[in-house]
Design a protein around this ligand. Structure first.
Ligand code: HEM
Length: 233
């Protein structure tokens, strides 16, 4: 596969003989759709949520802006919850790269070694960016944390919503949260988690672009096409 190219074929620039022997279909359609649904939901929920927290637009001509923002926030919250459930289904029943079978095993020596190799890379202690298909083990741990934050946002969001009808079934399902933390704290944590998700988002963009360049693993295009080069030795 990797033929030597002459300088006119490489445009006179640096040569890189791609070690990819083949391309593999890693991210199935539903996984890519869920990814992008989550992306748009997070943008809309953060924008409308921030408006609910701090109504930065006021207009006497459109006095119902807050009502519309809350409506969009709740509706998007429902879409986000469905997307979360769909991803949970694929975690349990999806193919290998999207499922829990990809999780690193803390009792496995090789898995622990790979995990620390990536930690060293992320913390600038090593220049080796190992190529891995699917998620690397540090990313898997980060995604587990991210999904815990999503679960909290969904639970706290529905609990806050349920207060409109304390006799209703939504309150019966989620109102127990207020027995653990008072409703003003739930609001505060719901706001705080928005910033934690925002922090993840910035790091996520940095990491995918970094790995795309360094390990030439097609990270960015794979979330559009589903395909990744197989560069394993
Ligand atoms: C990425 C996910 C989410 C983010 C970033 C987010 C963000 C926010 C923020 C910043 C607030 C204002 C908090 C405050 O009072 O200071 C808020 C309020 C609220 N959110 Fe979310 N939210 C998310 C998901 C959800 C979900 C899934 C629901 C469920 C429907 C939801 C329902 C609510 C409700 C009911 C309120 C209170 C609205 C009010 O006081 O009128 N949120 N959200």
């Amino acid at each position: 596969m990797a033929e030597t190219l002459n300088s006119s074929e490489t445009g006179g620039g640096r040569k890189f003989e791609c070690a990819a022997r083949r391309f593999l279909y890693i991210w199935e359609g539903p996984i890519r759709i869920i990814h992008w649904v989550n992306f748009f939901c997070i943008i809309i929920l953060s924008f409308t949520g921030w408006y609910i927290h701090d109504p930065f637009i006021t207009s006497t001509q459109h006095p119902y802006i807050m009502g519309n923002m809350r409506y969009v926030h709740y509706l998007t919250g429902v879409v986000f919850a469905v997307s979360f459930l769909a991803r949970s289904y694929w975690l349990l029943n999806g193919e290998y790269y999207a499922s829990w079978r990809m999780f690193p095993n803390p009792f496995d020596k090789k898995d622990r070694h790979t995990f620390w190799t990536f930690i060293r890379y992320y913390t600038f202690l090593s220049k080796d960016a190992p190529h891995i298909l699917g998620h690397n083990p540090v990313a898997v741990v980060a995604y587990i944390g991210l999904y815990a934050l999503f679960a909290f946002q969904i639970l706290s969001g529905f609990a806050l919503w349920s207060q409109a009808d304390p006799g209703g079934s939504l309150y019966a399902a989620t109102g127990w949260l207020f027995a653990i933390i008072g409703n003003q704290w739930v609001r505060w944590f719901h706001l705080l988690v928005m910033f934690l998700i925002g922090g993840f988002f910035i790091n996520h963009l940095y990491s995918v672009v970094l790995f795309d360049f360094k390990s030439k693993s097609g990270e960015v295009s794979s979330i559009f096409s589903g395909w990744k080069p197989d560069r394993r030795d």
